[in-house]
Design a protein around this ligand. Structure first.
Ligand SMILES: Nc1ncnc2c1ncn2[C@@H]1O[C@H](COP(=O)(O)OP(=O)(O)O)[C@@H](O)[C@H]1O
Ligand SMILES: [Mg+2]
Length: 345
């Protein structure tokens, strides 16, 4: 198991990053606004929020896999795997050599739908062999040995025989394991997992979370884990960033954020976690009222205004600053800075 110093230096530092989509007949849309995220070796940062909040756009930007109409409008993504000066991924040319050297090798990604990464017309073994031959310059026989070892490691039973299966011959859970094996083939330093368990049944979901935790300990990689479920965050992450409509509205250690959720959106997400204690009853969730508006309908001020039970005068018009809550925990909400007189009113 790799030894990770307690104060390991961040490996990826996303700073002040905004992503804008353009369309031929409408104004530009800012889908991600001035996001700051830090990933460290051996640690998991969860990015949580409802569908449409900008989680996948943020994740894909790290590998520069954004749609053609997207651009990184501001900010930097400093990747610092060793002692050399960091590479700013935001500044690399699309499909340039340095970018291709990072993508899939140093930073890799797993998705909700394994068929995003797996080819339907090749056996799973061949697909991973090919990566190892190409990137790690292994001979075909060595590659197959590594592939079988990887399949073992991700818990694919009968790994050697299974390597000859096509993705369609596998269950959803096994396909997910094959995709994880592929993502880990080159021992990446950063793994981005975009809702990797969302499409799975609860039991398989728990197994895949266990597997990712175990693999992280074995490989010592940094992980960016995306989910819409705060319950999953508690299971897997060290730090959490809560995203709403392109903004990180609250961020901190999982412990601090769960102990004292400070943004009304985080509080609303918390109250929608199913309570294990009440599993026997019909679980009563308090779903958050309304839906996430489209980015073009975002209020000028706090993005959550239209759904916030506490919205008051400045919320619709003034974007809240970040308020530090101690120990690196912070949130963007006017409630945190309002004067006592306003509370009375
Ligand atoms: N190619 C695109 N053109 C315009 N808007 C887009 C494009 N891709 C994503 N978006 C918008 O960006 C926002 C964030 O999307 P996404 O990151 O996929 O959300 P999440 O992963 O949190 O569900 C959404 O409002 C989505 O409609
Ligand atoms: Mg998504």
């Amino acid at each position: 198991m790799p030894l990770i110093p307690m104060d390991a230096k961040p490996i990826l530092t996303i700073k002040d990053m905004s992503i804008v989509f353009s369309s031929p007949d409408e104004a530009d849309i800012e889908a991600v606004r001035q996001v700051d995220l830090t990933l460290s070796p051996g640690k998991t940062l969860a990015l949580v929020g409802e569908s449409g909040c900008g989680k996948s756009v943020t994740a894909r930007s790290v590998l520069r896999l954004l749609d053609r109409n997207a651009r990184i409008q501001r900010g930097s993504m400093l990747f610092a795997p060793g002692d050399e000066p960091p590479t700013d991924i935001a500044k690399l040319k699309a499909d340039s050599l340095p970018l291709r050297a990072i993508r899939g090798r140093e930073i890799s990604m797993i998705f909700q739908e394994p068929m995003t990464s797996l080819s339907p017309v090749h056996t799973i073994g061949d697909q991973i062999d090919e990566m190892l031959i190409l990137h790690e310059r292994l001979k075909p026989k060595q590659a197959r040995e590594r592939t079988v070892a990887l399949f073992d490691q991700v818990g694919i039973p009968g790994a050697r025989e299974r390597a000859d299966s096509y993705p369609f011959q596998l269950s959803g859970g096994l396909r997910q394991r094959a995709m994880i094996a592929m993502a880990l083939a080159c021992a990446p330093k950063v793994l981005i997992a975009d809702e990797p368990t969302t499409a799975l049944d609860v039991t398989t979901q728990a197994q895949i979370l266990d597997l990712l935790r175990q693999l992280q300990a074995d490989f010592g990689m940094a992980m960016l884990f995306i989910t819409h479920d705060l319950g999953v965050v508690a299971e897997i992450a060290d730090e959490v960033a809560v995203m709403y409509l392109g903004d990180v509205v609250e961020q901190g250690s999982v412990f601090d954020v769960f102990a004292a959720p400070s943004h009304p959106y985080t509080q609303a997400l918390m109250s929608s976690i199913p309570k294990m204690a009440r599993k026997a009853d019909r679980v009563r969730l308090s779903p958050i009222k309304g839906t996430v508006p489209a980015p073009r309908d975002r209020p000028e001020g706090c993005a959550f205004t239209s759904r916030c039970p506490h919205a008051f005068e400045p919320c619709a018009t003034v974007r809240p600053e970040r308020t530090a809550l101690g120990n690196g925990h912070h949130a963007r909400c006017h409630l945190l800075t309002r004067q006592p007189a306003e509370v009375v009113a």
